[in-house]
Design a protein. Structure first.
Length: 286
């Protein structure tokens, strides 16, 4: 199994577009107290973005991603000491996005609160650029049934942006783990068969390392012990099964490697903060 794809799939990405239109200068839009993350793509024209004391200029083709709770302002008005933007209109594409990014994800600490992807970087991903164009067209057309298309396209865009950001994080420990042939193989084994009764000994044997060397290297690169990573992985997969299937809890427990519902419930409660049954009930209300 391709480990990164499996991890990205577990993030449960969702998103939607809420604005795509031409704006004539002068204009200013404040984005305050947003509970979800959001993104803005300058389809045409230019503008300034203000985030606290930080000011950046965005040009045609530039994209900015902002984490939840990041107050910011988009404006055509140049800050003091900066050259004003031409009087042409600006075409903005704005959307919201969210993905499950809790303690169970090895990517939990890799996302910046503010990320700017410039046009020259987006040019390296022509498929993504064409998807943005289709996303804008679908939203502006307002045809019957376009809402579901817009939402699904937004989800695809967000996964691709996560991949771009992942590629930027060259020092991120999980990236180094995936580049190490033996540690990558151990991760693949766990992701392919989380239900197996894996131990440090069995994994070390499968990848051709000693027990001590494997445990040390895995913890160094992944920044989690083998046991913690496997527990996180099992609970993450269990969470998805709880919310997307009608399987009994004891069947889910077996499918992710727990021989008893009691042991599964104990571990699940430790990592999630509620029992599997409580979690299923809470998710059904969303």
């Amino acid at each position: 199994m391709e480990v990164l794809s499996d991890v990205l799939n577990s993030l449960r990405v969702s998103g939607s577009v809420y604005f795509c239109n031409h704006i004539e200068p002068p204009w200013t839009i404040d984005f305050l107290q947003k509970k979800t993350a959001c993104f803005h793509l300058v389809r045409r024209g230019a503008c300034w973005v203000k985030i606290g004391d930080k000011i950046e200029q965005l040009f045609t083709g530039d994209l900015i991603f902002l984490g939840p709770g990041t107050d910011h302002t988009l404006t055509s008005e140049a800050p003091e000491g900066q050259m004003s933007i031409s009087g042409e209109s600006t075409l903005l594409l704005c959307g919201t996005c969210s993905f499950e990014q809790d303690i169970l994800s090895p990517l939990k600490d890799m996302f910046q609160q503010t990320t700017i992807v410039r046009e020259d970087e987006l040019d390296k991903h022509p498929w993504l650029k064409s998807t943005f164009s289709q996303l804008s067209s679908e939203y502006m057309a307002q045809n019957i049934g376009n809402e579901i298309i817009v939402n699904k396209l937004t989800e695809v865009v967000l996964v691709e942006l996560i991949r771009i950001n992942f590629g930027r994080q060259k020092q991120h420990s999980f990236l180094h783990a995936l580049k190490d042939k033996r540690i990558k193989k151990a991760l693949e084994l766990m992701h392919e068969s989380p239900q197996e009764q894996w131990t440090i000994d069995t994994l070390a044997s499968r990848i051709g390392m000693s027990r001590a060397a494997f445990a040390k290297k895995f913890t160094l690169l992944v920044e989690q012990t083998v046991f913690n990573y496997l527990s996180n992985l099992r609970i993450q997969k269990a969470k998805k099964m709880i919310t997307t299937t009608t399987l009994f809890i004891d069947d889910i427990a077996l499918s992710v490697g727990y021989e008893s519902e009691r042991a599964f419930t104990k571990t699940f409660s430790k990592y999630v903060g509620s029992t599997p049954k409580q979690y299923r009930k809470s998710q059904s209300k969303l």
